[in-house]
Design a protein around this ligand. Structure first.
Ligand code: TXA
Ligand code: MG
Length: 317
């Protein structure tokens, strides 16, 4: 068991000693270490069982720290920062040598995020530490949206869990690559594409797993241990009627004897609520005595895009 609490001084002390601390953010919980301490950073990869080719995001308190860790910062960054940070967006920028290669898996760019959760903002402000933090789950599994989720899976590998309650957004940050002439989205996430485009104009989205710029966007990811099928729910139920089924839908109710349990992402059909419930629901269904989880895709707009992206990866075999 890891100690859990809200003591940012304790968290800061442990981070300065090179220890791992789980931190709450509005998207998902992160597994944090001092980004400038290579030994500490190597503990993140070890604890998550994460391949070293998959780079980490660095969390900062505010824009005044950016020049320390990034160079050739383009003007578009400042416009996006003004509008969306702190918040659920990560900027890929060219890095300075103060960011160790281990953090970026040898890339000359680094992902920078300014999280919004007040507890983590206090920690970042007090400590002024750059915190390298991936989502606090074993590699490939569902991301955690509460302190209990972190405890369940990484309790023995982390020194302290800063408990900030449930993550309000519940889906990881949107990643935008600003290290080239033309901005590109590498991961759909908590900041809606439409919002982003209100500043950038029409933007290219490349979230494919073969994209060498986002090595972590593997086809199979965010996955429960039970198989997930994504598609027309009624049809999938019929095709698998011999099995014990669980259904995860947006708001519709599906009745069938083979369905042992159904969860709704939002009975009011709200995207925000659906995103906030997504990972918690997948976790719950994964614990049931069923053979298969059948999931319904959401409308492909706003946060629905990011939710569908996670469901597709969760269902990839
Ligand atoms: O919302 C979030 O972004 C959460 C919270 C904790 O901040 N963090 C998170 O980290 O989701 P992680 O490590 O689970 O996902 C980060 C993704 C990975 O797919 C990684 O490959 C990509 O960001 N990434 C990190 N640095 C990159 C870089 N320099 N270039 C391209 N992709 C990068
Ligand atoms: Mg992750």
């Amino acid at each position: 068991m890891a100690e859990t609490g809200t003591d940012i001084h304790k968290a800061q002390q442990l981070l300065r000693q090179g220890k791992l601390v789980a931190i709450p953010t509005e998207t998902v919980y992160g597994l944090a270490a001092d980004a400038t301490n290579v030994t500490a950073v190597s503990r993140i990869y070890e604890a998550k069982n994460r391949p070293s080719f998959d780079p980490l995001i660095v969390h900062l308190h505010d824009v005044s720290q950016v020049e320390d860790y990034c160079r050739d910062v383009p003007e578009i960054f400042h416009r996006l920062y003004q509008k969306f940070s702190p918040g659920p967006v990560t900027y890929i920028l060219k890095k300075t040598e103060r960011i160790p290669d281990l953090v970026t898996s040898g890339h000359n760019t680094v992902g920078i995020r300014f999280p919004q959760h007040p507890l983590t903002r206090d920690l970042l402000k007090e400590s002024q530490l750059p915190l390298a933090a991936p989502s606090a789950n074993p590699f490939g599994y569902i991301s955690p949206t509460s302190a209990a989720h972190v405890e369940e899976q990484l309790g023995r590998k982390v020194h302290y869990i800063l408990d900030g309650g449930f993550s309000k957004i519940g889906i990881e940050s949107t990643i935008i690559d600003l290290s080239n002439e033309t901005p590109r989205v590498l991961r759909l996430g908590g900041l809606e594409l439409e919002e982003l485009e209100s500043v950038t104009g029409k933007i290219e989205v490349n979230t494919s797993s073969s994209n060498p710029k986002a090595p972590g966007m593997l086809s199979a990811h965010y996955a429960p241990s039970k198989p997930v099928l994504l598609g027309d729910v009624q049809k999938l139920i019929e095709e698998n009627r011999q099995k014990k089924l669980a259904v995860l839908s947006f708001h519709k109710k599906y009745d069938h004897p083979a369905v042992r349990c159904q969860l709704w992402l939002s009975t009011r059909a709200q995207m925000r609520e659906a995103a906030a419930n997504l990972f918690q629901s997948l976790r719950e269904l994964d614990k049931l005595d069923v053979d298969l989880i059948i999931a319904e895709p959401l409308p492909e707009v706003g946060l629905g895009r990011a939710i569908n992206d996670r469901l597709r990866r969760a269902s990839h075999r």
